[in-house]
Design a protein. Structure first.
Length: 358
């Protein structure tokens, strides 16, 4: 397989952000800096890996700062994703959802994004300044009730936007995971053992997502990374930042995923979520007209699909595809190892977590 990626499709922007942000600790913020960032860690990642440790809590979207695609080196945000982000942000801004104001780009442009070279695949964007602090630091707990209600209502408002329907891509089939494990074993790589140990949980999670998708309603565009790190408390109220991970999702699954992220200390539902956060957030979502869904394990299909995609990306890094750096390979190994431990625990917890949805 060499350095080629055996995945039949690339993980989404959220998954790429998780890998590169955590692997090389890079974040875009400074003037005209070449973008090298990638995804924040997934819902099973240890504390601190979902957030961005170098992110300053009061520096947000400086005028003139390039606010572009989150990606590992040599990756690009495709124009298709830029159009998707633009479509969702334009509708959200028209609906009055607070966010950093995009600066109209010069031509040639793709929505709010500028393509410096018409023949180049990469695009960049400039956003206005938005001062505030996110909800991860000391003292954030005091504003939890207000923030939780705002997040629930905002998820409902996004779900009601006219962004068209569609179907999210299914998880990678088990045969591909088995192929990656075989590659790791043939190469004597340290990721081989945790990857093989992960296969039963991957099979169970993939089956749950597939079963849920067969009867799911049409998906809509959602923010895709609503977390404590991406909700700012500003002088004018709360705002939602970092829309580059916009994706198709069933609104109820997105709301449940976000509720669990907000209800655990590290945005990582590997421990029992706090019902004092889950229930108020989902109540606010439903009261604001968010589309409801069943209170059963299928409600966690979005969380599981996101985690499967993220773990596939980490396994890809650990295998060394596309010239992954030693640091990225080590990061991939750590996260695959952690997921092999945590994903079975999450799957065993789903039946109990459904009680929080009622």
């Amino acid at each position: 397989m060499g350095g080629e990626n055996p995945v039949r499709r690339k993980p989404g922007a959220a998954e790429r952000r998780r890998a590169a942000d955590s692997a090389d600790g890079t974040r875009r913020r400074h003037d005209r800096r070449r973008l090298r960032t990638g995804p924040t860690a997934g819902p099973l990642a240890p504390a601190g890996q979902r957030g961005r440790p170098d992110r300053q809590p009061t520096t947000r979207h400086h005028p003139g700062a390039v606010d572009g695609p989150y990606r590992p080196p040599a990756q690009r945000l495709a124009p298709r994703q830029a159009r998707r982000v633009h479509r969702l942000q334009r509708a959200a801004r028209a609906a009055g959802i607070a966010m950093p104001p995009p600066v109209p780009p010069p031509a040639p442009a793709v929505g709010y994004w500028h393509r410096p070279d018409p023949d180049a695949p990469d695009v960049v964007r400039v956003s206005g300044w938005l001062d505030g602090h996110d909800l991860r630091g000391p003292g954030a707990g005091a504003e939890a009730p207000a923030a939780t209600g705002w997040v629930g209502r905002t998820l409902a408002r996004i779900a009601r936007l006219d962004t068209g329907g569609g179907t999210p891509e299914p998880p990678h089939p088990l045969a591909e995971w088995q192929q990656w494990v075989a590659e790791a074993e043939a190469g004597g790589l340290p990721v081989a053992a945790p990857a093989r140990a992960l296969l039963p949980a991957v099979a169970d999670a993939t089956a749950l997502v597939a079963d849920a998708q067969r009867t799911a309603p049409a998906a809509v565009l959602v923010h895709g990374d609503t977390s404590r790190a991406n909700v700012l408390r500003t002088p004018d109220g709360y705002a939602l930042i970092d829309w580059e991970t916009a994706r198709l999702e069933v609104p109820w699954w997105e709301a449940v995923d976000v509720a669990l992220r907000f209800a655990t200390p590290s945005s990582s539902p590997t421990v029992a979520p706090d019902p004092r956060t889950v229930r108020p957030l989902l109540t606010a979502y439903l009261d604001a007209g968010g589309p409801p869904g069943p209170a059963d394990p299928t409600a966690f299909a979005g969380l599981l699909r996101s985690q499967l995609a993220f773990t596939a990306w980490c396994l890809w890094l650990a295998l060394g595809h596309r010239a992954a750096t030693p640091e990225q390979r080590a990061f991939g190994l750590r996260l695959v190892t952690a997921t092999a431990r945590d994903l079975p625990r999450v799957l065993r917890s789903l039946a109990g977590w459904t009680a929080l949805l009622r």
